[in-house]
Write a protein that binds this ligand. Sequence first.
Ligand SMILES: [Zn+2]
Length: 91
Amino acid sequence: MPKWVLYPGAIVLGYVVWRLGISTLRALAGPAPGTLDTEKPPDEPEDVEDLDVFLVCGECGTEFKVSRLGELQIPRHCGEKMFVERRPGTV
Ligand SMILES: [Zn+2]
């Protein structure tokens, strides 16, 4: 490859990397102004890993942490259905 190709090539490559970095940062920073959508995301299946959702047994107090809702079958404990309890995230 001739040397005169390398310099523009490096500049283009640098530009592409820079653009990728900017778009990655924008994606991490959240939606751009004006694109905020007021509709809530669909409820199911719901990734609740960031929320703290527990299945709590009302009889003995046993708790299970739930990481995903959607195909959730409420289990029984002590012969009673467990409660679904949402708590503020501890993250
Ligand atoms: Zn129980």
